[in-house]
Design a protein around this ligand. Structure first.
Ligand SMILES: NC(=O)c1ccc[n+]([C@@H]2O[C@H](COP(=O)([O-])OP(=O)(O)OC[C@H]3O[C@@H](n4cnc5c(N)ncnc54)[C@H](OP(=O)(O)O)[C@@H]3O)[C@@H](O)[C@H]2O)c1
Length: 315
């Protein structure tokens, strides 16, 4: 079975993490459960969510994604087989990283997930208004309480990741085992410039989000005009540039040569980048899942990877 160890943790994860921001957004509860079933049936075991998913949808309050995942694990009786990552800081009613907020938010996530432990608990974003010592100690206390197995950081700057590690080391508190950055074939510089090396230096796993550029890298949009009216037009549209469309064209060409989908190529390329453990991507419907699962074990020839790396250089 295809698995990778996430950084310095003991979490053994499928190298393609299933994103949960669509659950309760573009995927109904029924569709979400079908996607989750297809993912684990295909060998997956790593699911990513957040307390804030999917609060941006009219009528939602946040926590919908965790509730869907929790109900699914309860009904399938598979809690022990799934590595669940969730996050705190961005739910409007539980925002920030004050110790009190982290502790209450964790309990609320546990309740929605229907479990008594979270495998990987991320700070969803930094909160410089709270002394770093207080943040690190609060996450550490969750580990000591047995409510969380490992800590991760998302959307932190490289400097703040380094500072977190320093505080944790100095005090004997839990080190972060993973980071979750924005990183894909048309958004490279921010992660590759310094964060990648910091992750290697501190033995942190990397689970890049927007691994498919909100659908752009699936090849289903060939130009800006194709994005008009799509639910993901804003997300995918943020990458639109001549060079990004050339990357998409190359993904389609390589995919055709190997008789797989462009999404598989984009994810396999990302999976093989230095420091990366498991790209995160979501599926709205079951039909989208096979292309994602295929990326976990597809062997992308070096020559193709090299062409993609060169075509996307500077992005
Ligand atoms: N830490 C953070 O701040 C942060 C931020 C964003 C996301 N995330 C995490 O990362 C995950 C992934 O992000 P994301 O889902 O927004 O973006 P993404 O993975 O780049 O794009 C996924 C979307 O692409 C489309 N797609 C997937 N497979 C496809 C296929 N085979 N064929 C055609 N279209 C396909 C689907 O959207 P449509 O069918 O609707 O086009 C799907 O929802 C999230 O679920 C979340 O867990 C974290």
């Amino acid at each position: 079975m295809t698995r990778r160890i996430l950084g310095s943790s003991d979490l053994s994860v499928f190298p393609l993490c299933l994103g949960g921001n669509v659950f309760g957004w573009t995927a109904s509860a029924v569709e979400s459960e079908a996607v989750l079933d297809a993912y684990v049936t295909g060998g997956g075991n790593f699911v990513d969510t957040a307390d804030a998913y999917s609060a941006w949808v009219d009528g939602n309050v946040g926590g919908e994604s965790e509730t869907i995942i929790g109900n699914w694990m309860t009904s399938r009786g598979n809690r022990a087989d799934v590595i669940v990552a969730t996050k705190v800081a961005k739910l409007r009613t539980r925002s920030g990283l004050s110790p009190a907020n982290i502790l209450v938010a964790a309990d609320e996530s546990l309740a929605r997930l229907g479990t008594d432990y979270i495998d990987l608990y991320y700070a969803h974003e930094d909160d410089e208004a709270v002394p770093l010592e207080e943040i690190v100690q609060a996450f550490d206390s969750l580990i000591r309480a047995g409510k969380v197995r490992a800590i991760g950081l998302s959307n932190f700057t490289p400097e703040r990741v380094g500072a977190y590690v320093k505080v944790a080391t100095a005090n004997g508190w839990a080190l972060p085992v993973a980071v979750q950055p924005h990183y894909n074939a048309v958004f490279r510089a921010e992660f590759e410039s310094t964060m990648a090396q910091i992750c290697v230096d501190h033995n942190m796993g990397v689970a890049p989000y927007f691994a498919l550029g909100s659908g752009l890298l699936t090849g289903k949009y060939a130009s800006a005009a194709d994005l008009a009216g799509a639910a993901r037009s804003g997300g995918a549209g943020m990458y639109a540039s001549d060079q990004a469309w050339w990357v998409v064209a190359l993904l389609r060409e390589i995919a055709e040569a190997h008789d797989v989908s462009p999404a598989t190529i984009a994810l396999a390329w990302l999976r093989d980048r230095p420091a990366v453990t498991a790209p995160i991507t979501s599926a709205r419907v079951v039909d989208q899942v096979p292309a994602l699962l295929r990326a976990a074990e597809f062997v992308l020839p070096d020559s193709d990877a090299q062409r993609l790396t060169e075509r996307s250089a500077g992005l």
